[in-house]
Design a protein around this ligand. Sequence first.
Ligand SMILES: [Zn+2]
Ligand SMILES: [Zn+2]
Length: 445
Amino acid sequence: MELCFWGTRGSIATPGPSTIRYGGNTSCVEVMTKSGQRFIFDAGTGARPLGAHLMAHAAKPIRATILLSHTHWDHIQGFPFFIPLFVPGNRFTVCGPHGSNSSLPDVLSGQMEYTYFPVELSQLGAEIKYRDLNEGSEEIDGIRITAHSLNHPARALGYRLEADGASLLYLCDHEPYWESLWHSEAEAGKVESILHEGDRRHAEFMQNADVVIHDAQYTPEEYPAKKNWGHSTWAYVTRIAAAANVKHLFLTHHDPTHDDAFLDGIEAQARELAAQLGSPLQVSCAREGFRATFENEPEDRAKVNEVVMVAEATKESLTVLIVDDDEDLRVLARKALTRAGYGVIEAEDGATGLAMLRTNHPDLLLLDINMPGLDGFEVLRLIRENAETADLPVIVLTAQGDEESAKRSFEQGATDFLAKPFSPPQLDARVRSGFTRARRQLLTR
Ligand SMILES: [Zn+2]
Ligand SMILES: [Zn+2]
């Protein structure tokens, strides 16, 4: 497969003399398989030069699958400027996660209303199909694509593409689930030593990949001030990719304030870290215009993880129980989840929560740890002991971001672990991925 970067910038396009080498266009990556299938990851402003290139050089009619990670501006702003969409006869399938409150075509047409743009989505000449994706894998044009939830304050999907004997992952935008990657008493550098289940799943998703293209917007020094904004540091990405035995890592979604000289520095530090870790990982900062080909001997198909695709859960029918003695938190969570379309019920202590589980049968539980009476750990233990609630997705909420609470929660069967404070879209994204995982476990059992 041939890879080409058309946009490597995060947040907002940053053209100018200081970003000439790494590029100023926002996220857009093209992958072309040997058999001629074209995949486009994200449609940031880099989609405009890609479109012009395809009009000039690609075989006609133009066909492609556009895989959107999510619908934040920097990942869709180039869509209305992608000229092949205006040409009758061209065919595109646009795939992405269902937006928070509306479907993919609704979100894309929203930015093309006359207030913002002179041409409406329905006036584009090409044939465009839309597909809402969820975690899981499927074949698109004979190529295996697997989608995986990322940690971002919006529903975002990462993609793994397997073709020509090689595997390539596109993982934007993503933030570490937990500040420290490793259990303090475990041997650092191994996937098994990862503290938070979310980070471990993230590492497993990229395991043994030939190419990983990953959000690395911040430096470790910048991160504390940008926590919960949904992005990674180059150090987290380098460590997790080395643990996952990745071959080539491209750091991307460069911060708009990082000029070429600064990115040279990040690349050098990331390479030094990989060397210190004794990893053969090859790290580069993604550069606009970079092209490379990756292929291996055809893989044994049996080795590819078979995961069934799960239909997006219909949110209207799902109920979330919040068990927390902090009324402010219950109000915040109720507002966020009600707006996202869930039914919400509440309990202010563990015993009431357990009683509501038996009578109301909620589909997911948000559980505080520190409560008077039964604490969250005790409630979680009782839930897992009971056959009826053993599979219930439980997201543990905590004011303490300590390792011991995280470790104990996962040992007792928590689905996810989220430290306060969190933003409403962050909570919505984590609740959605909790539901998805629970449904998939049921289907694959
Ligand atoms: Zn972004
Ligand atoms: Zn984003």
